[in-house]
Design a protein around this ligand. Sequence first.
Ligand code: RIB
Length: 401
Amino acid sequence: MFLEERRNNILDYLDKYERVSVAYLATSFAVTKETIRSDLNVLAQLGLVQRCHGGAIVIRRSLQAKLITETDGTFEVLLRRLESQKRKVPERGKNMRGKVCILGSFNVDIVARVARFPKGGESLLALGSTLGPGGKGANQAMAASRAGAQVHFVSKVGKDQFSQFAFDHLSSSEIHSFTLYQSETEPTGNAIIYVSQQDGENMIAIYSGANKTITDEEVTAIAPELAGADVLLLQLENNFNATLNAMKLANALGIRVILNPAPYSADALQCLEYVDVITPNETEASLLSGVEVTDLNSAREAAQRIAGLGARRVIITMGARGAMILEGSQFQHIPAFPALSVDTTGAGDAFNGAFAAAIATGQTIAQAATYAAAFASLAVEREGASNMPQHQQVVARLSQR
Ligand code: RIB
């Protein structure tokens, strides 16, 4: 194998696994450790890898990692530098495992399963109750991971009994890596959820807590992870400034941005210029567009209005009615997959996580939305917002169509 091919193979390996030892590479390529060390030194000089202590392990770092240290973490300075580096960000091949960076919330979900929703002032006995991991960001990170993406999840919790719970959940999950900040002042976010036994519908009250305290410095610090991603996926459960800055950073790095504007906030309208795909559900689309979405025709009209406000691509998710895509001037309706719904909590998260994972592998919007619709149809058949199906189950459901 020629030297250049070997070095490219080393970079490919690091793209996939992030770490490698000199000994492993020497054995794999049937060369001496000295040869590998010299390869790694050259790659390090080019800014493509970082040597670790002892020289036995390397971590692939992008050029942006260096930029961050040089800018002392100042967000605006970093943005300007990255803009000038934009074209140097490598395009990813279509067949690689997609990399998705997700900035979003972690909540503790306290769920009561009820025969029906209680009325105001009424006390109702619940049929069952659970306490588990949730938050749109964390749920989407689970979904994207199960859909096969290599996910880096960024979130913030408090310094309370639930922060360890968050850490344990994330570290024992299939999520590849995460950055978990801790707030000194705000508690871990939580959500009180009713799930109706009648049809699996839900009602949710969210206390965002620490999710709303992500600082500029904390966003700046994730630039290396972002630089290695194909897609950035965000929602609206964090302080909007952090969400907006992460989008700006992704734009500066040439990384696609998917915004799930949930829960609805008019803030979403401020950031459409940075977003490649916006994915409101019927309620959010109605609020964003001023058109009440009740059927496919009104969904088309709402999507058109949202595009008129500056969105490049719109996907309106409509549960059993499927999803409406608007790309350029083309509409496409993706029918829903039939499902036996027991809990719709997190259905949107399932769709968004799976969609981002599919987009990150190079699928078209329509292909990715079809995959995501199949994924979400399986998610509503399971209890718990973060309880996501496996990729193989999705493949089986897709093959039934
Ligand atoms: O989308 C469902 C999620 O919304 C729940 O897990 C809850 O925490 C809220 O963020």
